[in-house]
Ligand binder design. Structure first.
Ligand SMILES: CC(C)(COP(=O)(O)OP(=O)(O)OC[C@H]1O[C@@H](n2cnc3c(N)ncnc32)[C@H](O)[C@@H]1OP(=O)(O)O)[C@@H](O)C(=O)NCCC(=O)NCCS
Length: 162
């Protein structure tokens, strides 16, 4: 398994990983799967100072990805970015998210960002633990800000200063 920057050709594999969560979990508040064109546009938006990293297996399969996204559009927020990480269900509990996030944090530092925010939808336990291990602290919980599968959902907001 190695970590590398994403390319446009990874869009289909990224969409497959993401759309499984859109349809099957509360890890994302999206309700409709992304099309291939939307996933390509998402990748293009994250070129330059932002980033998408891919975890690729020896066989060339994409096991997961992590990304830096704009946190807020107003200019004074530009040194803060939002992180996100998704691992294919067949590759979980093998340290892939941790490896991706360590590389993403290094990338964020080298790109000059100062603060990282992770928004943990539905306060998912796996994601909370992962981010704690990486040095993120819980800064608050947005209560019942979402609704999916007939339930109100919280978002736990975590942060690390680089
Ligand atoms: C959360 C997620 C990214 C973890 O990926 P992963 O590759 O399985 O995680 P890792 O193997 O690197 O685990 C790192 C740490 O996370 C925590 N963790 C991961 N999965 C866990 C689980 N199912 N239950 C409890 N803790 C878990 C553990 O602390 C683990 O460290 P440990 O193995 O030393 O105990 C993965 O479950 C996923 O893609 N979930 C759906 C999408 C999602 O919630 N993304 C986060 C949005 S910001």
């Amino acid at each position: 398994m190695h970590v590398r920057p994403a390319e446009l050709a990874d869009a289909e594999a990224i969409a497959a990983i993401y759309n499984a969560e859109v349809l099957g979990s509360t890890a994302t508040f999206d309700l409709v799967p992304r099309t291939l064109d939307e996933q390509r546009a998402w990748l293009i938006e994250r070129s330059g100072a932002l980033a998408v990293l891919i975890a690729e297996t020896k066989n060339g399969e994409i096991a997961g990805y992590a990304s830096l996204s704009t946190f807020r559009n107003r200019p004074a927020y530009s040194t803060t970015v939002e992180t996100s990480v998704y691992v294919h269900a067949s590759y979980r509990r093998q340290g892939i998210a941790k490896t991706l996030m360590v590389a993403l944090i290094d990338t964020a530092k080298s790109h000059g960002f100062h603060s990282l925010i992770a928004r943990i939808a539905d306060s998912q336990a796996a994601s909370l633990k992962l981010h704690e291990q990486l040095g993120f602290s819980l800064i608050g919980v947005e209560r019942e800000v979402g609704r999916k599968f007939g339930r109100w959902l919280d978002v736990a907001v975590m942060q690390v200063i680089l």
